[in-house]
Ligand binder design. Sequence first.
Ligand SMILES: *[C@@H]1O[C@H](CO)[C@@H](O)[C@H](O)[C@H]1NC(C)=O
Ligand SMILES: *[C@@H]1O[C@H](CO)[C@@H](O)[C@H](O)[C@H]1NC(C)=O
Ligand SMILES: *[C@@H]1O[C@H](CO)[C@@H](O)[C@H](O)[C@H]1NC(C)=O
Ligand SMILES: *[C@@H]1O[C@H](CO)[C@@H](O)[C@H](O)[C@H]1NC(C)=O
Ligand SMILES: *[C@@H]1O[C@H](CO)[C@@H](O)[C@H](O)[C@H]1NC(C)=O
Ligand SMILES: *[C@@H]1O[C@H](CO)[C@@H](O)[C@H](O)[C@H]1NC(C)=O
Length: 461
Amino acid sequence: MPHMLALLFLAFSVVGAQAESGASTARAIQAPAQNIVTSNILELITIPRSSTTSTQVAGLAKRAEDDNGTEAYLSTVQGRIYLASVTFGGTPYTVVVDTGSSDTWLAKTGFECVSPTTGTSVPEAQCAFGPLYTPSPTLIEIPGLEFNISYADNETLSGTLGYELATIAGLSIQQMVGIVDTAAWYGDGQSSGLLGLGYPTIDSAHDNQNISGYSFPTTLNYTPFFATLCVDAGIPAMFSLALTRVTPDNPTGGGLLALGGIPPIAHSPTFATVPIQALSMASANPSAETPSYQFYIVTVDGFSIAAIDPEGSQDDSRKLPLAAAPGAPTQNATATVDEDIGGPVQMIVDSGTTLIYLSDSTAATVNSLFVPPAVFATGPEVYVVNCSAVAPKFGVYIGGHLFYINPLDMMLETELAGTCLSTVQKAGGGLAVLGDVFLKNVLAVFDVGAGEMRFAAREDY
Ligand SMILES: *[C@@H]1O[C@H](CO)[C@@H](O)[C@H](O)[C@H]1NC(C)=O
Ligand SMILES: *[C@@H]1O[C@H](CO)[C@@H](O)[C@H](O)[C@H]1NC(C)=O
Ligand SMILES: *[C@@H]1O[C@H](CO)[C@@H](O)[C@H](O)[C@H]1NC(C)=O
Ligand SMILES: *[C@@H]1O[C@H](CO)[C@@H](O)[C@H](O)[C@H]1NC(C)=O
Ligand SMILES: *[C@@H]1O[C@H](CO)[C@@H](O)[C@H](O)[C@H]1NC(C)=O
Ligand SMILES: *[C@@H]1O[C@H](CO)[C@@H](O)[C@H](O)[C@H]1NC(C)=O
């Protein structure tokens, strides 16, 4: 992927991977779990701009230094990542909630911080972690295992592995976690690590007796956090996410992660249901041609895109089903282009990715329909747009349902006043991703046991 201005926590394996086309879908090991509201709910937080801490500033400053100023100009701080509190060894830690990777890890006291771009040792504060993990009496370290992970934006972490007592949303398990002692990381000043909710095939534990075993994707395939919850805490094999955007009325944003059910939020009564699809790693590693379940990949049938004429004089409620966003000049708008484009395409559903990444041509179409159009900035290699532009009406077709993206989610403020980042960007040859921009508009059910995902539109909130 090109320069990531918003954090992108996808395990690195996605680069060069090919989604299986056609029939291969996740093997259902049980019937779909019911969409029942559960009490095992974890409240998620985002970091609003107003609470930017000095350590966060240090993280941003580091980007500016590393990237000669370009990246800081594009870094967004609003609602960029979703965090939750999980207790390890009796102490609560804030962690990033990521459906695009499978390891759960914590940065350990005394870790070494290195620059993601130069690999050289830098002051610990530049990694901008929250409180660091101190090994507790309940940690059982496992000799001979090494934790070593890279994410798609070149952040890398390594260390040891051990079993630790973890408590999440009222459920307690003993879980294999990575204990990080070297980190190349763009921290947020609050989180101490990451909670990976993906499949075991993309975990990053290695047996360091067999150094040749490092070649990806050979890993130990240990039981990751969510699978342990199902097996040891006995919850139904599904979890669901309802991410909430940051708005002036709700400056903290946040959301809910429900384990074994759905959260108590308003949503459409109808769900789109689609199978989770397998990924072939053949292009990344010829010995791994057998497709396996790694990310939450679904087939998107296509996209609906319509430019909104800000001078429009009629209220066309058919073409503008979304409630007008506060302050957005759409009340009188008319759609000037209304077409279905860009599908079918396989997309990763990833809470650890902020934006939506589409094929270059689909991204170009969407960006051309902002008024005025978003422009592709060479150098940072991203679409930027005037913050006072009118966003197109953009919808994603999944399983026969059309999910609109609220206009509020179509742009993100950058460090440069008046210049926004379009939230629909080019995948640049990589797999397409539905990140938080999409997830903020739906209740997303990850029914791992049945090998399917279900989506229901959120009521306007
Ligand atoms: C970085 O900044 C220096 C000084 O302004 C400039 O000469 C150089 O071309 C820049 N490098 C890049 C990659 O932009
Ligand atoms: C992590 O794994 C890569 C290969 O995947 C290897 O090149 C690198 O040396 C490892 N890093 C550490 C710190 O062991
Ligand atoms: C990651 O590092 C590689 C090699 O240094 C570089 O080619 C690539 O552009 C980097 N990717 C990002 C997202 O910075
Ligand atoms: C190293 O790998 C070989 C071949 O895969 C295997 O037979 C051996 O048991 C491994 N050694 C250890 C210590 O796991
Ligand atoms: C919007 O529509 C209303 C009534 O349909 C009209 O009175 C008003 O002038 C219109 N506003 C603009 C900016 O066109
Ligand atoms: C954005 O558009 C507004 C209104 O059209 C204009 O006043 C402003 O100069 C533009 N900002 C930038 C950064 O181009």
